[in-house]
Design a binder for this molecule. Structure first.
Ligand SMILES: [Zn+2]
Length: 237
């Protein structure tokens, strides 16, 4: 039992050290993840807008072609108007001319609309590209920073992980998974000791009888925070 207590105390020590290495990285890993997602979203948006511009340009070409044809037809009708023989023919051609003129007007409006829309989208793309550039700069800065920290901590981390694994191997799987569960729930600290008659995990005052039991050895559970309570001689008071 004492061996188990010792192993747990050492396991917690290595986990604390690993945790402080992780803390050196701060929120950099999360920041990098968020920025990468944002970058991808903006790039996808810009791609969709480029495709929209292509569609607008194709539409415009089509409208311009129709416009050209309508204008040629209008000229033909206007020519015919001079050569009419009677009123009935005159009225019929006049009607065609009016129809063509309305058609031309609507096509010209459509062409203008595609130009306007294209201008608007181009402005959006410009501001999107600016923000993409900003994000890329920030991202590469953060990545460089993280790389530098990783370079400094990598070796230490590997050594600690190796030692931690050695100890973890000696602990029964059942206890180990309990330790992991508490560690996750209690911001990294699964093992607590007694200091000034209190649990070092939650600072709750422990009843004297409880302290006697803990002092006798073994692993106990703090009734206030649920951490594993053990007695460590130089920590106990
Ligand atoms: Zn506690």
């Amino acid at each position: 039992m004492e061996q188990l207590v010792n192993n747990f105390v050492r396991l917690q020590e290595f986990d604390d050290k690993l945790n402080s290495l992780k803390l050196q990285k701060g929120d950099l890993p999360m920041l990098i993840e968020h920025l990468s997602e944002e970058l991808q979203e903006n790039q996808e948006k810009a791609n969709a807008q480029e495709a929209q511009i292509e569609k607008l340009q194709n539409d415009r070409k089509m409208f311009e072609k129709e416009l050209e044809a309508s204008k040629a037809q209008l000229a033909k009708y206007e020519d015919q108007l001079y050569k009419v023989q009677n009123n009935k023919e005159y009225d019929a051609i006049s009607l065609e001319i009016d129809t063509k003129k309305a058609e031309i007007e609507s096509l010209e409006a459509k062409v203008l609309q595609t130009i306007e829309e294209e201008e608007n989208i181009k402005q959006e793309i410009t501001s999107l590209k600016e923000s993409v550039e900003d994000i890329e700069n920030q991202l590469s800065e953060n990545k460089k920073e993280l790389e530098e920290i990783n370079l400094q901590t990598k070796e230490e981390e590997a050594v600690l992980n190796g030692k931690r694994a050695e100890i973890a191997e000696k602990i029964d799987q059942r206890y180990l998974s309990q330790y992991e569960r508490i560690r996750k729930a209690k911001s990294g600290q699964a093992i607590a000791t007694v200091n000034r008659n209190s649990c070092t995990g939650c600072y709750s005052m422990l009843p004297p009888q409880r302290i006697v039991e803990i002092r006798e050895g073994g692993i106990h559970s703090c009734e206030y925070c649920g951490r594993m309570l053990v007695w460590v001689e130089n920590n106990g008071a």
